[in-house]
Design a protein around this ligand. Structure first.
Ligand code: IPM
Ligand code: MG
Length: 354
């Protein structure tokens, strides 16, 4: 099969983790006889520095003409500490999501047996966790207008907006995945306060009736935040709006033991994007210490979701499990000071595959 991939390393540790995921992708293609073609493009702070735009047109065109996008991370302290910056790296990620129509962000949350003791949560609570968070990605308060400041600069506002169509397509997607899993959907909202949440609940209650064989539950987001860490095994497919999903999935990453472990797939209208859920970790940039596993696992999702190549994805997952079991891991999850470098972890996984 021919795989045509756009590679967007981004900022901070992005280039380092992406090159490991790319090595792994190449190894899989060699092993299974696929023909890999890829091209790099700019996104984020490095794109602002180079061409003044965090999501340049050339990058968008490359994404549109590719079969899948492998994405690193974006963000730079240079912009975080300047609240008056006119253009920010994060706008590049949001523009990409919007222009590619990536309305669903799928974040699987699973534990790894050899890492369970690394979780700050009790092992018996987290061991065996296996749920999927589906985060709406192109609506809500991230994109609603108006957004900004009053003329005197003393008042600021953001607007949360959702349409029936936006709610419908994401809730249906949740049922589709629940159908293939343990047949339970948890709809997370704040319907006791927000009118957008009440519209979510109203639409979900209609869709629910079409799936009588699937258990549906509704949960307020504050309660969900508590239950995710108290009883993570109770969830199967969770679906929620943009910002709730952003927050809950960072929280969920502690179940795994490290933010450096969680991959994601963003799917929608045009080309799908595969990226780790963590950020650009600027303090670690260039040090060869960042955990590449979330990005390598994102490459596994790419084989499965973009190319329907299940065996290829599974081999990457097996290789990651093996590296964890052997203790070939970066410092965030290493035991008694035996940390490997980013490139060593990537290389070990490549050799396991070949
Ligand atoms: C994520 C990130 C992004 C988001 C940032 C970098 C804009 O936190 O993908 O979860 O908030 O969506
Ligand atoms: Mg986030």
């Amino acid at each position: 099969m021919k795989l045509n991939i756009a590679v967007l390393p981004g900022d901070g540790i992005g280039p380092e983790i992406i090159s490991q995921a790319l090595k792994v992708t190449e190894a899989i293609c060699d092993k299974f006889g696929h023909d890999l073609v890829y091209e790099h493009a700019l996104v984020g702070a490095c794109a602002i520095d180079a061409v003044g735009n965090p999501y340049p047109d050339a990058t968008h065109e490359l994404c549109m003409s590719s079969d899948a996008v492998l994405f690193g991370a974006i963000g730079s302290p240079k912009y975080d500490n300047d609240p008056t910056a006119k253009v920010r790296p994060e706008q590049g990620l949001l523009a990409m999501r919007k222009k590619l129509g990536l309305y669903a962000n799928i974040r699987p949350v699973t534990t790894f047996p050899s890492l369970v003791h690394k979780s700050p949560l009790r092992a018996d609570l987290v061991d065996g966790t296996d749920f999927m968070c589906i985060r709406e990605l192109t609506g809500g308060i991230y994109f609603g207008r108006p957004q900004g400041r009053s003329e005197d600069g003393r008042t600021a506002y953001d607007t949360c907006v959702y349409t029936v169509e936006e709610i419908d397509r994401i809730v249906r997607l949740a049922y589709k995945y629940a159908e293939q899993r343990r047949k339970k959907v948890t709809i997370v909202d704040k319907a006791n306060i927000l009118s957008t949440s009440r519209l979510w609940r109203q639409e979900a209650q209609k869709i629910e009736k079409e799936f009588p064989h699937i258990e549906t539950e509704y949960m307020f987001v504050d309660n969900a935040a508590m239950q995710i860490i108290q009883w993570p095994k109770r969830f199967d497919v969770m679906v929620t709006e943009n910002m709730f999903g952003d927050i809950l999935t960072d929280e969920a990453s502690v179940i795994t033991g490290s933010l450096g472990m969680l991959p994601s797939a963003s799917i929608g209208i045009h080309t799908s994007v595969f990226e780790p859920i963590h950020g650009s970790y600027p303090q670690a940039a260039g040090k060869n210490i960042a955990n590449p596993l979330a990005t390598i696992l994102s490459a596994a999702l790419m084989f499965e979701y973009a190319f329907n190549l299940q065996e290829e994805g599974q081999l990457i997952r097996n290789a990651v499990d093996a590296s964890l079991a052997e203790g070939i891991v970066t410092e965030d999850i290493a035991e008694n000071g035996k940390a490997c470098k980013t490139t060593e972890v990537g290389q070990w996984i490549v050799e396991y595959i070949l």
